[in-house]
Design a protein around this ligand. Sequence first.
Ligand code: NAI
Ligand code: MG
Length: 354
Amino acid sequence: MHKKIVLLPGDGIGSEVIHSAKDVLNAIAKEFNHSFEFETHLIGGAAVDTVGTPLPDTTVKACQEADAILLGAVGGPKWDQFPSDLRPEKGLLGIRKALDLFANLRPIKGFPTLLHASPLKEEVVTGSDLLIVRELTGGLYFGTPSERRDNNQSVVDTLSYTRKEIERIIEKAFQSAQLRRGHLTSVDKANVLESSKLWREIVEETKANYPDVKVEHLLVDAAAMKLITNPTSFDVLVTENMFGDILSDEASVLTGSLGMLPSASIREDGVGLYEPVHGSAPDIAGQGIANPLAMVLSSALMLRHSFGLNKEANRIEEAVEHVLERGYHTRDLHILNGMVVGTSEMTKLVVEFI
Ligand code: NAI
Ligand code: MG
Protein backbone atom coordinates (compact mmCIF):
# COMPACT_ATOMS: atom_id res chain seq x y z
CA MET A 1 0.00 0.00 0.00
CA HIS A 2 1.32 3.44 -0.92
CA LYS A 3 0.21 6.43 1.21
CA LYS A 4 1.14 10.08 1.41
CA ILE A 5 1.39 11.37 4.96
CA VAL A 6 1.82 15.01 5.90
CA LEU A 7 3.79 15.65 9.10
CA LEU A 8 3.00 18.84 11.04
CA PRO A 9 5.53 18.90 13.91
CA GLY A 10 4.36 22.23 15.36
CA ASP A 11 6.03 23.56 18.51
CA GLY A 12 7.84 22.40 21.63
CA ILE A 13 7.87 18.63 22.12
CA GLY A 14 5.64 18.33 19.04
CA SER A 15 8.71 18.47 16.84
CA GLU A 16 10.47 15.87 19.03
CA VAL A 17 7.73 13.24 19.20
CA ILE A 18 6.83 13.50 15.50
CA HIS A 19 10.21 11.88 14.68
CA SER A 20 9.23 8.91 16.83
CA ALA A 21 6.02 8.39 14.85
CA LYS A 22 7.97 8.57 11.60
CA ASP A 23 10.53 6.00 12.78
CA VAL A 24 7.78 3.65 13.95
CA LEU A 25 5.85 4.00 10.66
CA ASN A 26 9.03 3.34 8.68
CA ALA A 27 9.51 0.13 10.69
CA ILE A 28 5.89 -0.88 9.96
CA ALA A 29 6.36 -0.12 6.24
CA LYS A 30 9.44 -2.33 6.13
CA GLU A 31 7.86 -5.18 8.07
CA PHE A 32 4.52 -5.23 6.21
CA ASN A 33 5.71 -4.10 2.77
CA HIS A 34 4.05 -0.71 2.52
CA SER A 35 5.42 2.54 1.21
CA PHE A 36 4.76 5.66 3.26
CA GLU A 37 5.80 8.96 1.73
CA PHE A 38 6.32 11.80 4.22
CA GLU A 39 6.10 15.53 3.62
CA THR A 40 6.75 18.01 6.47
CA HIS A 41 4.93 21.36 6.76
CA LEU A 42 4.72 24.31 9.14
CA ILE A 43 1.89 24.98 11.60
CA GLY A 44 1.45 26.94 14.86
CA GLY A 45 4.15 29.05 16.44
CA ALA A 46 6.85 27.60 14.20
CA ALA A 47 4.86 28.86 11.19
CA VAL A 48 4.29 32.28 12.81
CA ASP A 49 8.04 32.64 13.37
CA THR A 50 9.00 31.53 9.87
CA VAL A 51 6.29 32.87 7.56
CA GLY A 52 4.18 35.16 9.78
CA THR A 53 0.96 33.10 9.95
CA PRO A 54 -0.04 30.06 12.05
CA LEU A 55 -1.59 28.25 9.06
CA PRO A 56 0.20 28.91 5.74
CA ASP A 57 -1.78 28.17 2.55
CA THR A 58 0.90 25.70 1.49
CA THR A 59 0.17 23.67 4.64
CA VAL A 60 -3.59 23.61 3.99
CA LYS A 61 -3.00 22.59 0.37
CA ALA A 62 -0.61 19.79 1.33
CA CYS A 63 -3.08 18.49 3.92
CA GLN A 64 -5.91 18.55 1.37
CA GLU A 65 -3.83 16.38 -0.95
CA ALA A 66 -2.62 13.97 1.75
CA ASP A 67 -4.04 10.54 2.66
CA ALA A 68 -3.57 11.39 6.34
CA ILE A 69 -1.94 13.95 8.62
CA LEU A 70 0.09 13.58 11.79
CA LEU A 71 0.34 16.59 14.09
CA GLY A 72 2.67 17.05 17.08
CA ALA A 73 1.38 19.97 19.16
CA VAL A 74 1.19 23.74 18.93
CA GLY A 75 1.59 26.64 21.34
CA GLY A 76 3.88 27.98 24.03
CA PRO A 77 4.41 31.04 26.26
CA LYS A 78 6.46 32.71 23.53
CA TRP A 79 3.28 33.42 21.53
CA ASP A 80 0.88 34.07 24.44
CA GLN A 81 0.89 37.85 23.96
CA PHE A 82 0.50 37.72 20.17
CA PRO A 83 -2.74 39.09 18.62
CA SER A 84 -5.40 36.39 18.21
CA ASP A 85 -4.80 35.94 14.47
CA LEU A 86 -1.18 35.06 15.17
CA ARG A 87 -1.89 32.58 17.97
CA PRO A 88 -0.65 29.03 17.30
CA GLU A 89 -4.08 27.53 18.23
CA LYS A 90 -5.57 29.36 15.24
CA GLY A 91 -3.53 27.00 13.10
CA LEU A 92 -5.02 23.91 14.72
CA LEU A 93 -8.65 25.09 14.72
CA GLY A 94 -8.15 26.35 11.18
CA ILE A 95 -6.92 23.04 9.79
CA ARG A 96 -9.73 21.05 11.51
CA LYS A 97 -12.29 23.38 9.97
CA ALA A 98 -10.60 23.54 6.53
CA LEU A 99 -10.64 19.74 6.33
CA ASP A 100 -14.14 19.35 7.89
CA LEU A 101 -12.88 16.89 10.49
CA PHE A 102 -16.18 16.35 12.30
CA ALA A 103 -15.44 13.23 14.32
CA ASN A 104 -12.95 13.19 17.17
CA LEU A 105 -12.09 9.70 18.37
CA ARG A 106 -10.33 9.20 21.67
CA PRO A 107 -9.61 5.63 22.67
CA ILE A 108 -8.88 5.27 26.36
CA LYS A 109 -7.33 2.07 27.50
CA GLY A 110 -5.64 1.35 30.78
CA PHE A 111 -2.30 -0.35 30.10
CA PRO A 112 -1.95 -3.09 32.73
CA THR A 113 1.49 -1.87 33.83
CA LEU A 114 0.20 1.64 34.48
CA LEU A 115 -2.98 0.88 36.42
CA HIS A 116 -1.54 1.92 39.77
CA ALA A 117 -0.66 5.33 38.23
CA SER A 118 -4.35 6.26 38.02
CA PRO A 119 -5.80 8.25 40.92
CA LEU A 120 -8.75 5.81 40.79
CA LYS A 121 -8.71 2.47 42.55
CA GLU A 122 -6.95 -0.26 40.60
CA GLU A 123 -9.96 -2.59 40.80
CA VAL A 124 -12.18 0.11 39.29
CA VAL A 125 -9.95 0.91 36.28
CA THR A 126 -8.77 -2.62 35.54
CA GLY A 127 -10.12 -3.72 32.17
CA SER A 128 -11.33 -0.29 31.07
CA ASP A 129 -11.14 0.07 27.31
CA LEU A 130 -13.43 2.64 25.75
CA LEU A 131 -13.68 4.89 22.73
CA ILE A 132 -15.12 8.38 22.99
CA VAL A 133 -16.60 9.68 19.75
CA ARG A 134 -16.96 13.45 20.09
CA GLU A 135 -18.67 15.69 17.53
CA LEU A 136 -16.00 18.28 16.66
CA THR A 137 -17.25 20.94 14.25
CA GLY A 138 -20.75 21.84 15.50
CA GLY A 139 -22.73 22.32 18.71
CA LEU A 140 -22.19 24.89 21.40
CA TYR A 141 -18.65 25.83 20.32
CA PHE A 142 -19.70 26.92 16.85
CA GLY A 143 -23.34 28.05 17.22
CA THR A 144 -24.38 31.62 16.46
CA PRO A 145 -25.26 33.98 17.93
CA SER A 146 -22.55 33.86 20.56
CA GLU A 147 -22.22 37.35 22.00
CA ARG A 148 -22.49 39.82 24.87
CA ARG A 149 -25.57 42.00 24.91
CA ASP A 150 -26.84 45.16 26.60
CA ASN A 151 -23.44 46.36 27.69
CA ASN A 152 -22.57 43.07 29.42
CA GLN A 153 -25.96 42.80 31.15
CA SER A 154 -26.73 39.59 29.23
CA VAL A 155 -24.93 37.03 27.13
CA VAL A 156 -25.85 34.24 24.73
CA ASP A 157 -24.27 31.06 23.33
CA THR A 158 -26.09 28.76 20.96
CA LEU A 159 -26.20 24.99 20.76
CA SER A 160 -27.20 24.24 17.20
CA TYR A 161 -26.96 21.22 14.94
CA THR A 162 -28.31 20.24 11.57
CA ARG A 163 -29.85 16.78 11.17
CA LYS A 164 -27.02 15.91 8.76
CA GLU A 165 -24.35 16.86 11.32
CA ILE A 166 -25.93 14.58 13.92
CA GLU A 167 -26.52 11.73 11.49
CA ARG A 168 -22.91 11.55 10.33
CA ILE A 169 -21.42 11.44 13.83
CA ILE A 170 -24.00 8.85 15.00
CA GLU A 171 -23.24 6.75 11.91
CA LYS A 172 -19.52 6.91 12.69
CA ALA A 173 -20.19 5.82 16.27
CA PHE A 174 -22.28 2.81 15.20
CA GLN A 175 -19.55 1.76 12.76
CA SER A 176 -16.94 2.07 15.50
CA ALA A 177 -19.08 0.01 17.89
CA GLN A 178 -19.44 -2.70 15.27
CA LEU A 179 -15.65 -2.94 14.98
CA ARG A 180 -15.31 -3.17 18.77
CA ARG A 181 -17.52 -4.91 21.32
CA GLY A 182 -20.84 -3.83 19.81
CA HIS A 183 -22.04 -1.61 22.64
CA LEU A 184 -22.90 2.05 22.04
CA THR A 185 -23.72 4.58 24.75
CA SER A 186 -25.21 7.81 23.45
CA VAL A 187 -24.80 10.66 25.93
CA ASP A 188 -27.12 13.68 25.88
CA LYS A 189 -29.31 15.90 28.05
CA ALA A 190 -32.61 14.92 26.46
CA ASN A 191 -34.61 15.70 29.62
CA VAL A 192 -33.87 19.40 29.04
CA LEU A 193 -32.34 20.21 25.64
CA GLU A 194 -34.22 20.17 22.34
CA SER A 195 -30.97 19.42 20.47
CA SER A 196 -30.56 16.31 22.63
CA LYS A 197 -34.09 15.14 21.85
CA LEU A 198 -33.37 15.17 18.12
CA TRP A 199 -30.00 13.55 18.81
CA ARG A 200 -31.76 10.71 20.66
CA GLU A 201 -34.36 10.29 17.89
CA ILE A 202 -31.60 9.98 15.29
CA VAL A 203 -29.80 7.35 17.39
CA GLU A 204 -33.06 5.38 17.56
CA GLU A 205 -33.59 5.70 13.77
CA THR A 206 -30.03 4.63 12.96
CA LYS A 207 -30.22 1.64 15.29
CA ALA A 208 -32.29 -0.32 12.76
CA ASN A 209 -29.31 -0.48 10.39
CA TYR A 210 -27.03 -1.94 13.07
CA PRO A 211 -28.91 -4.87 14.63
CA ASP A 212 -25.65 -6.22 16.08
CA VAL A 213 -25.03 -3.08 18.17
CA LYS A 214 -26.59 -2.75 21.62
CA VAL A 215 -27.65 0.85 22.30
CA GLU A 216 -28.02 2.66 25.60
CA HIS A 217 -28.89 6.31 26.30
CA LEU A 218 -27.38 8.12 29.26
CA LEU A 219 -27.85 11.67 30.50
CA VAL A 220 -24.54 13.51 30.57
CA ASP A 221 -24.51 14.05 34.35
CA ALA A 222 -25.07 10.36 35.00
CA ALA A 223 -22.43 9.52 32.39
CA ALA A 224 -19.88 11.72 34.18
CA MET A 225 -20.44 9.72 37.35
CA LYS A 226 -20.46 6.32 35.70
CA LEU A 227 -17.19 7.02 33.86
CA ILE A 228 -15.28 6.99 37.11
CA THR A 229 -17.43 4.61 39.17
CA ASN A 230 -17.86 1.93 36.48
CA PRO A 231 -15.60 2.68 33.48
CA THR A 232 -15.59 -0.94 32.29
CA SER A 233 -19.30 -0.68 31.48
CA PHE A 234 -18.46 1.47 28.42
CA ASP A 235 -17.40 0.40 24.94
CA VAL A 236 -18.16 3.30 22.56
CA LEU A 237 -19.53 6.58 23.90
CA VAL A 238 -20.87 9.17 21.42
CA THR A 239 -21.74 12.75 22.31
CA GLU A 240 -22.05 16.42 21.38
CA ASN A 241 -18.96 18.67 21.08
CA MET A 242 -18.87 20.25 24.56
CA PHE A 243 -20.08 17.17 26.45
CA GLY A 244 -17.33 15.22 24.63
CA ASP A 245 -14.69 17.80 25.47
CA ILE A 246 -15.47 17.51 29.18
CA LEU A 247 -16.04 13.76 29.35
CA SER A 248 -12.89 12.89 27.42
CA ASP A 249 -10.71 14.87 29.83
CA GLU A 250 -12.46 13.13 32.71
CA ALA A 251 -11.93 9.71 31.13
CA SER A 252 -8.25 10.44 30.50
CA VAL A 253 -7.51 9.93 34.20
CA LEU A 254 -8.29 6.24 33.78
CA THR A 255 -4.97 5.70 32.01
CA GLY A 256 -2.79 7.62 34.43
CA SER A 257 -0.88 9.83 31.98
CA LEU A 258 -1.38 12.52 29.39
CA GLY A 259 1.72 11.24 27.61
CA MET A 260 -0.13 8.03 26.67
CA LEU A 261 -3.29 9.36 25.02
CA PRO A 262 -3.74 9.46 21.24
CA SER A 263 -6.58 11.02 19.25
CA ALA A 264 -8.00 11.01 15.75
CA SER A 265 -10.07 13.68 13.98
CA ILE A 266 -11.62 12.33 10.82
CA ARG A 267 -14.18 13.04 8.12
CA GLU A 268 -16.47 10.88 5.98
CA ASP A 269 -13.99 9.82 3.28
CA GLY A 270 -11.57 8.56 5.94
CA VAL A 271 -8.99 11.34 5.67
CA GLY A 272 -7.92 12.22 9.17
CA LEU A 273 -5.63 14.21 11.39
CA TYR A 274 -3.97 12.29 14.20
CA GLU A 275 -2.41 13.90 17.23
CA PRO A 276 -1.54 13.26 20.86
CA VAL A 277 -3.99 14.70 23.40
CA HIS A 278 -1.17 16.53 25.21
CA GLY A 279 0.20 19.95 24.27
CA SER A 280 3.66 21.27 23.43
CA ALA A 281 4.97 20.90 27.02
CA PRO A 282 7.26 23.96 26.94
CA ASP A 283 8.56 23.04 30.43
CA ILE A 284 10.37 19.98 29.06
CA ALA A 285 10.84 20.91 25.38
CA GLY A 286 14.31 20.45 23.91
CA GLN A 287 15.48 18.06 26.62
CA GLY A 288 14.86 14.76 24.82
CA ILE A 289 12.72 13.43 27.69
CA ALA A 290 9.18 13.74 26.25
CA ASN A 291 7.06 10.61 26.19
CA PRO A 292 6.59 9.77 22.49
CA LEU A 293 3.96 7.07 23.09
CA ALA A 294 0.84 9.25 22.66
CA MET A 295 2.21 10.31 19.26
CA VAL A 296 3.20 6.75 18.38
CA LEU A 297 -0.26 5.46 19.38
CA SER A 298 -1.79 8.25 17.25
CA SER A 299 0.04 6.84 14.24
CA ALA A 300 -1.52 3.43 15.04
CA LEU A 301 -4.95 5.10 14.95
CA MET A 302 -4.04 6.54 11.56
CA LEU A 303 -3.23 3.09 10.19
CA ARG A 304 -6.51 1.70 11.53
CA HIS A 305 -8.98 4.48 10.76
CA SER A 306 -7.59 6.10 7.58
CA PHE A 307 -5.87 3.14 5.92
CA GLY A 308 -7.79 0.13 7.31
CA LEU A 309 -4.48 -1.47 8.37
CA ASN A 310 -5.64 -3.23 11.54
CA LYS A 311 -2.82 -5.77 11.85
CA GLU A 312 -0.23 -3.04 11.55
CA ALA A 313 -2.03 -0.82 14.09
CA ASN A 314 -2.26 -3.74 16.52
CA ARG A 315 1.47 -4.37 16.13
CA ILE A 316 2.27 -0.83 17.25
CA GLU A 317 -0.05 -1.10 20.26
CA GLU A 318 1.42 -4.48 21.22
CA ALA A 319 4.92 -3.01 20.92
CA VAL A 320 4.02 -0.18 23.31
CA GLU A 321 2.47 -2.62 25.78
CA HIS A 322 5.49 -4.90 25.56
CA VAL A 323 8.02 -2.13 26.18
CA LEU A 324 6.07 -0.91 29.22
CA GLU A 325 5.76 -4.45 30.54
CA ARG A 326 9.52 -4.79 30.42
CA GLY A 327 9.63 -1.77 32.74
CA TYR A 328 10.88 0.92 30.35
CA HIS A 329 9.19 4.29 30.70
CA THR A 330 9.78 7.99 30.22
CA ARG A 331 10.03 10.31 33.22
CA ASP A 332 6.35 11.28 33.25
CA LEU A 333 5.22 7.71 34.02
CA HIS A 334 5.74 5.78 37.22
CA ILE A 335 6.35 2.07 37.00
CA LEU A 336 7.45 0.22 40.10
CA ASN A 337 11.11 -0.82 39.70
CA GLY A 338 11.10 0.56 36.15
CA MET A 339 13.91 2.06 34.08
CA VAL A 340 13.70 5.67 32.92
CA VAL A 341 14.58 6.27 29.27
CA GLY A 342 14.50 9.31 26.97
CA THR A 343 12.43 9.97 23.84
CA SER A 344 14.78 8.41 21.31
CA GLU A 345 15.57 5.33 23.41
CA MET A 346 11.85 4.70 23.97
CA THR A 347 11.30 5.00 20.22
CA LYS A 348 14.11 2.53 19.51
CA LEU A 349 12.59 -0.01 21.91
CA VAL A 350 9.20 0.21 20.16
CA VAL A 351 10.86 -0.08 16.73
CA GLU A 352 12.84 -3.15 17.86
CA PHE A 353 9.68 -4.96 18.94
CA ILE A 354 7.95 -4.18 15.62
P1 NAI B 1 0.78 20.19 28.06
O1 NAI B 1 0.00 19.00 27.68
O2 NAI B 1 1.69 20.74 27.05
O3 NAI B 1 1.61 19.89 29.39
C1 NAI B 1 1.02 19.57 30.65
C2 NAI B 1 2.05 18.86 31.54
O4 NAI B 1 2.20 17.52 31.07
C3 NAI B 1 3.42 19.49 31.49
O5 NAI B 1 4.01 19.39 32.76
C4 NAI B 1 4.19 18.66 30.50
O6 NAI B 1 5.56 18.60 30.71
C5 NAI B 1 3.54 17.29 30.68
N1 NAI B 1 3.51 16.53 29.41
C6 NAI B 1 2.65 16.72 28.38
N2 NAI B 1 2.93 15.88 27.38
C7 NAI B 1 3.98 15.15 27.78
C8 NAI B 1 4.75 14.11 27.18
N3 NAI B 1 4.49 13.64 25.96
N4 NAI B 1 5.78 13.58 27.87
C9 NAI B 1 6.06 14.02 29.11
N5 NAI B 1 5.38 15.00 29.74
C10 NAI B 1 4.36 15.55 29.08
O7 NAI B 1 -0.30 21.31 28.49
P2 NAI B 1 -0.05 22.82 28.93
O8 NAI B 1 1.21 22.95 29.71
O9 NAI B 1 -1.32 23.25 29.52
O10 NAI B 1 0.11 23.62 27.57
C11 NAI B 1 1.36 23.93 26.97
C12 NAI B 1 1.12 24.52 25.60
O11 NAI B 1 0.53 23.54 24.74
C13 NAI B 1 0.13 25.69 25.62
O12 NAI B 1 0.59 26.65 24.70
C14 NAI B 1 -1.17 25.09 25.15
O13 NAI B 1 -2.01 26.01 24.51
C15 NAI B 1 -0.67 24.05 24.16
N6 NAI B 1 -1.60 22.92 23.93
C16 NAI B 1 -1.67 22.46 22.66
C17 NAI B 1 -2.46 21.38 22.34
C18 NAI B 1 -2.43 20.89 20.95
O14 NAI B 1 -1.58 21.27 20.16
N7 NAI B 1 -3.31 19.98 20.58
C19 NAI B 1 -3.29 20.71 23.37
C20 NAI B 1 -3.09 21.24 24.71
C21 NAI B 1 -2.28 22.32 24.95
MG1 MG C 1 -10.52 20.08 26.07
